[in-house]
Design a protein around this ligand. Structure first.
Ligand code: C5P
Length: 222
């Protein structure tokens, strides 16, 4: 059986306003990169579509660098078909409506009235592709500031429905997860919820990779 192809997004996107300024989200890319490496180590062919981060590409991973959400969307679509899509990136939901070629002067009134345009929702778009083109498994991440596991699970179910994906990996980012080396996650699917207790991001990635590869094995048998 050929290796499953998994497309994974990681890192932030940056949305330029002018040559020196941009809108972005806080994301180190560590969890996404660790997951890309762990999936490759388990035999998957991984295409990692990455926003700007300061990380080495894990061995064997095919990496495509992008900056904006629109570029990330196009790179993901170009990398299809895939058996699974995993959206780990912290995609900026909005971008400056206009990208100025020259640095905006700070005395311009423009700053107070910045117009924004909505970015594509990559996870939602991939989850709603027609059968045959939609990856068998579409997984999203949810970074919430909700420490209570019951509330976190409820939010994950709502997000899964809103996005149309098959699984949400939810974490509470209220304490030191952003940029840190540790994480605690809830793995929420329609059928069940399981918890991966506080661990190193690479240990979490290894467990998640095992779950994803097992699910892909099941999908491929049917
Ligand atoms: O609801 P929220 O946008 O925070 O959901 C986060 C999930 O959606 C993550 O998996 C993230 O990678 C994905 N996402 C996306 N495109 C966007 C926004 C979020 O793929 N524009």
């Amino acid at each position: 059986m050929s290796a499953p192809h998994i497309i994974l997004t990681a890192g932030p996107t940056i949305e330029p306003l002018d040559p020196v300024r941009f809108l972005s989200n806080r994301s180190s890319g560590k969890q996404g990169y660790a997951l890309a490496g762990a999936l490759t180590a388990r035999g998957a062919r991984v295409t990692l579509v990455s926003g700007p981060v300061h990380l080495e590409t894990p061995p064997g991973v095919i990496r495509i660098d992008v900056e904006t959400a629109c570029e990330m969307m196009a790179a993901v679509e170009a990398a299809l078909p895939a058996d699974a899509f995993i959206g780990v990136a912290a995609v900026a939901d909005w971008r400056p409506a206009e990208r100025h070629a020259q640095k905006l002067k700070t005395d311009k009134a423009g700053f107070a009235n910045l117009k924004l345009a909505e970015n594509p929702d990559i996870l939602r778009t991939i989850a709603h592709l027609p059968p045959g083109r939609r990856p068998a498994l579409v997984i999203g991440f949810a970074a919430e500031t909700e420490a209570d596991p019951v509330a976190l699970e409820t939010l994950a179910h709502q997000k899964m429905r809103r996005k149309g994906c098959d699984m949400i990996i939810a974490n509470d980012v209220s304490e030191g997860v952003m940029g840190g080396d540790n994480n605690t996650v809830l793995v929420v699917s329609k059928e069940e919820t399981s918890k991966i207790p506080h661990a190193d991001k690479s240990a979490i990635a290894a467990q998640l990779a095992g779950t994803v590869m097992a699910l892909l094995g099941n999908h491929r048998k049917v």
